[in-house]
Design a protein around this ligand. Structure first.
Ligand code: NZQ
Ligand code: ZN
Length: 387
């Protein structure tokens, strides 16, 4: 097992009715800015619950953060934070709102051009950011219990990520009841995103970190078993709770400790969102199968382990099991009504591989993947395979 450090300071308040407790978690003298998205929280009662819980606090609000949080919108919130001397941010939404708030939290105390935060090599350290918390309304990204974020900038077709130990939420409320109002398309996205988060930290090479591997496999199995229950029309609180906790556990830092991790699927997927606006999770379902086929030789042992332990495939040699595993993965995405070819999403795909190769070269991303040896030319071939 590789050496590691682990510190995750985010307090989780899990379960029905927990939103009502937030007044005790936020300092009484805080000047709070509640930040939300396009308005789903006003239709499902979450907005009213937050307002009610914080009626004794000094509360301001900023709505309209779009999916794939947009820099142009966030700089307006930043201006509000500075002008009104806000001291505490509260994200109420999915990964986009939470990521937007992390960016604002980092930018609030940063003197330079805010976009530069995403381009600088240093990350946001403890004490450098404005304190913030989250009320999660869409299980998917794990952003509610990690310190990373991803921001988009339409004018330059960029989607970049950053983070740092100073960007963990102080607390996050996970109430499975919020899942009642999520459209099935977004639930499918959440399952596919969390599933791929596990794959990015697992589908590398066999390791001696037995516990991390088995936790990762358990999350995959739980997501597979929970998926049909949360995709039906009838709301099932326990299934919703399992789905929510799987998504958080998939990317709160635990399963990446002591092992090598990949993340090339996300790097390529973010480009597809930046160029075509394809939902984040769907870009991963497009890239992942091609990525595993292209890197078959280095990943086949782990693919075979995934076949055996997660899909209970016992027939065949390592190569046959590994191939069957990739097919199972594709079938799982299809069972969520998520297509796995780029041409299913856009007719304008022919130049994508070229664009990705060029973008990675310009950004100096010359070695991606767990062995840091995937070149922009490799990315070209993987993206081309996904057409
Ligand atoms: O904006 P509103 O009206 O709230 O509607 C949202 C949005 O349209 C809706 N929604 C959320 N909760 C709902 C709901 N609708 C009904 N009922 C509810 N309870 O769902 C839509 C999508 O929301 P969004 O926040 O965009 O989705 P998601 O959570 O999938 O976040 C995606 C973003 O997170 C980034 C992605 O790149 C993307 O920008 N990621 C962040 C990561 C992280 N911070 O660790 C890791 C991920 O890999 C990912 O890259
Ligand atoms: Zn993701």
């Amino acid at each position: 097992m590789l050496n590691f450090e682990l510190k995750n300071p985010t307090k989780i308040l899990f379960g029905k009715g927990e939103i009502s407790k937030i007044s005790k978690e936020i300092p009484q003298d805080a000047k709070i800015l509640m930040i939300y998205g396009g308005g789903s929280i006003k239709n499902n009662g979450v907005y009213d619950q937050v307002k009610d819980a914080l009626k004794e606090h000094n509360l301001h609000e900023f709505g309209g953060v779009p999916a794939n949080p947009e820099y142009e919108v966030l700089v307006k919130a930043l201006q509000f934070i500075r002008e009104n001397k806000i001291t505490y941010l509260l994200a109420v939404g999915g990964g986009s709102v939470i990521d937007g708030v992390k960016f604002l939290s980092a930018a609030a105390k940063y003197e330079g051009e805010p976009w530069d935060i995403l381009k600088r090599p240093v990350r946001t350290l403890e004490g450098e950011a404005l304190p913030f918390a989250t009320i999660l309304t869409l299980p998917a990204t794990g952003s509610e219990m990690n310190s990373g974020y991803v921001i988009s900038r339409r004018e330059t077709n960029e989607k970049l990520s950053s983070g740092g130990p100073g960007l963990f939420p102080q607390f996050s409320v996970l109430d499975p009841e919020v899942i009642r109002s999520i459209p099935k398309r977004q639930i499918a996205n959440g399952i596919a995103d969390a599933y791929t988060h596990v794959l990015e930290q697992y589908m590398t090479a066999p390791s001696s970190a037995d516990l991390q591997e088995r936790i990762a496999e358990s999350i995959l199995i739980s997501l597979q078993e929970t998926a049909p229950k949360v995709m039906t029309e009838n709301f099932d609180y326990d299934a919703a709770g399992n789905f929510m906790w799987c998504c958080t556990m998939a990317l709160n830092g635990l399963i990446q400790k002591g092992v090598i991790t990949d993340w090339a699927v996300h790097a390529m997927g973010h480009e597809l969102t930046a160029y075509y606006g394809i939902d984040h999770a769907r870009t991963l379902a497009v890239i992942a199968p091609s990525h595993y086929r292209y890197n078959f030789d280095t990943k086949k042992e782990k693919l075979a382990q995934y076949a055996e332990r997660v899909w209970k495939i016992t027939d065949g040699n390592t190569e046959e099991k590994a191939e069957a595993a990739i097919r199972k993965m594709e079938e799982f995405f299809h069972s969520l009504e998520i297509q796995t070819k780029l041409s299913d999403y856009t007719e304008d795909y022919q130049k994508t591989a070229e664009r990705v190769e060029k973008a990675f070269t310009e950004r100096n991303w010359l070695g991606l993947g767990e062995h840091k040896n995937l070149t922009p030319q490799d990315a070209y071939k993987i993206v081309e395979m996904s057409y």
